[in-house]
Design a protein around this ligand. Structure first.
Ligand code: FE
Ligand code: FE
Ligand code: FE
Length: 169
């Protein structure tokens, strides 16, 4: 009980860092599966591009752990496990179906939105804690997540959603 009472914002920040570190590593494994499963080349290319960005995002988090003299360690994030599980369901339930890519784009956007929520909060806490270097790294990643989200929206608008309207052959 007394130990809990001393937990402050820095502990919360570190826990949040572990959560997103776990999530990013999980996403790193999921993206190639989604790219491989995607029907269209554009969708596959978008997933592949973001996989490369994700590798750098993992490294940025490791830099932040390092700057805090903490080991880079993930903490199970049930939210990302669930979101990725839903993506896998799309892959199996819509295999070879016209709506597959629309579903995959939607699943990927759910991942980005989770990340955007988490990075937004970490940025606010890093500001409060005066962690200037961490702030810069987190902002860079947030920017990439937002750009990815927008790119996915455009993919949907540029034909993926329309193709999903076709009846299965
Ligand atoms: Fe990410
Ligand atoms: Fe989480
Ligand atoms: Fe992302």
């Amino acid at each position: 009980m007394p130990k809990k009472a001393t937990k402050g914002l820095e502990d919360m920040f570190l826990d949040g860092l572990k959560d997103i570190y776990y999530a990013e590593k999980k996403i790193l494994k999921a993206l190639p599966k989604m790219a491989k499963g995607a029907e269209s080349e554009e969708v596959a290319a978008a997933f592949e591009k973001h996989r490369e960005q994700t590798e750098e995002q993992v490294e940025r988090l490791e830099q932040i752990f390092d700057s805090m003299d903490k080991p880079a360690r993930g903490k199970t994030c049930p939210a990302i496990d669930g979101i990725i599980e839903e993506g896998s369901e799309i892959l199996s339930d819509y295999k070879d179906a016209p709506a597959l890519d629309a579903g995959l784009v939607g699943a990927a956007q759910a991942v980005e939105h989770y990340e955007i929520a988490r990075y937004g909060t970490l940025i606010a806490w890093a500001e409060q804690l005066g962690m200037k270097d961490a702030l810069q790294l987190l902002r860079k990643t947030l920017q990439e997540e937002m750009e990815t989200d927008e790119a996915l929206t455009k993919l949907g608008e540029q034909g993926v959603n329309e193709r999903a309207m076709q009846e299965a052959a």
